[in-house]
Design a protein around this ligand. Structure first.
Ligand SMILES: [Zn+2]
Length: 444
């Protein structure tokens, strides 16, 4: 008797705890409503904690059915990643009754040797109409390394995003402008790209995409090549100081240290800058600054944007870099002023940039101040045009007291000269905005 009892207990325990008798049904990541153009492949996942059995995916509407996938999972397979295409001549749903159904079983023996079952139904909305998009106004030209403004219209019942995409593949986000359906973006021709082209790209939730090229006159700019001779006292002081985070050995030479600073550290520092300068607001705007972004008074330009710098040690070129700002020199520890209203989004040490401050001015536009000796504002502060924000200095990779001034659009360093020029702003920003507002006002 006792042994029969023990056997029964044993079977019960086996049924309760054995993986062959688990009770969890398969799951799917499919969540509704799904917007689909019935053209781009539909991805979905079916999984089970132990092993999948049969599966079937269908589109159904009022009794009509189209099978998208059907089969049996391989032995022991826990996950199915399906990429489904819709058959060419199958019906396209027209009503809100259309559903995608996912059925699947597992290989559990729990339910009297019948498996656990998944039956999911989600609404599918058929949308085969691409968004409409058009350019309302844009800057006439763009310079290599420079900026431009674009106002465009993009509409769709199920609009997902409306952005500017360059031929190089960079995406510039846009901000709502004046009225629903209109957007504005500041964009940039990156210094590293030889050519420039950009389009408005509007996509909807169903995967439809509309691409409208924006016409720009391309202004070629020839950037300078400058030679910098590295002197011993610079290598022995600044470079030793800046390379403190390097894994140095007794064999590390001043050249090794310089290469670490100019290559490894520079790349890290630029990555941080790109990271903090990518945001753009989603509030509706109806204008932008009309005054130049001048951060310092009575200073002379001692280094220009886009300079290709070759570093010499004796007669040998040992490294190179691109200078992505304008250098201004004035008196020692000169006051730096906020060039327009903004918010402080970064103040702190950043390697070769030394003590660095970054302001955000809206529309994805940022200004950057490097090599400062001190800060007069801190992260989070709202600053007004002409408010003192910092003092110049020579922290970081600087040969003497100066301000390294950078202007960025959504992470891309652009020619500060344009933003320092009242006439350039008038023709390329203010005029584009005013023309767009006139056009939009003339619509009903
Ligand atoms: Zn500089």
């Amino acid at each position: 008797m006792g042994s029969i009892f023990a056997a029964i207990v044993g079977i019960i325990l086996f049924v309760l705890f054995s993986p062959y008798f688990e009770r969890e049904a398969p799951t799917t990541d499919l969540k509704g409503p799904i917007y689909w153009n019935f053209k781009t492949p539909l991805k979905l996942k079916i999984s089970d904690n132990r092993a999948l059995g049969k599966y079937k995916v269908e589109v159904e509407e009022k009794g009509r059915k189209t099978i998208l996938a059907e089969g049996v999972a391989a032995d022991g397979q826990k996950e199915l990643n399906l990429t489904l295409t819709y058959p060419k001549n199958a019906f396209l749903p027209t009503s809100s009754d259309a559903r995608i159904t996912v059925e699947a079983t597992d290989r559990s023996l729990w339910r009297f040797f019948s498996p656990n079952r998944l039956e999911a139904k989600v609404q599918v909305v058929c949308d085969i109409t691409p968004p409409t998009a058009s350019v309302i106004s844009s800057s006439y030209g763009i310079a290599k390394g420079g900026s431009a403004a674009v106002v465009f219209e993009a509409r769709d019942e199920n609009l997902k995003s409306a952005v500017i995409r360059t031929a190089a593949g960079r995406i510039f986000k846009a901000q709502p402008f004046v009225k629903k359906g209109f957007y504005i973006a500041l964009i940039a021709w990156e210094l590293k790209d030889d050519n420039f082209a950009a389009s408005v790209v509007a996509t909807d939730l169903a995967g439809n995409e509309t691409v409208v090229p924006i016409g720009f006159f391309q202004k070629r700019v020839v950037y300078k090549d400058t030679k910098l001779l590295l002197k011993d006292d610079f290598l022995n002081q600044k470079i030793v100081e800046l390379s403190s985070s390097m894994q140095a050995t007794p064999k590390t030479t001043p050249l090794d240290r310089f290469l670490f600073v100019n290559n490894t550290l520079r790349a890290e520092n630029e990555k941080l800058i790109a990271k903090v300068t990518t945001r753009i607001g989603d509030n509706m705007v109806d204008g932008f600054f009309t005054q130049p972004f001048l951060p310092i008074a009575n200073a002379s330009v001692v280094g220009s944007f886009g300079d290709h710098r070759s570093y010499y040690m004796g007669n040998d070129v040992i490294s190179e870099s691109y200078h992505k700002g304008v250098d201004f020199a004035s008196v020692k520890e000169a006051t730096i002023y906020a060039p327009n209203n903004g918010v402080v989004i970064f103040n702190g040490a950043n390697g070769i940039y030394g003590n660095m401050l970054i302001l955000y001015h809206g529309l994805g536009l940022f200004t950057l101040y490097a090599h400062c000796s001190s800060f007069l504002v801190k992260e989070g502060d709202l600053v007004n045009k002409n408010q003192p924000i910092a003092k110049t200095g020579m922290s970081g990779l600087a040969f003497g007291d100066h301000l390294h001034y950078g202007v960025l659009i959504q992470g891309v360093e652009v020619r500060p000269l344009e933003w320092l020029d009242a006439n350039w702003i008038k023709l390329n920003i203010t005029k584009v905005i005013d023309e767009a507002k006139t056009q939009i006002a003339s619509r009903k």
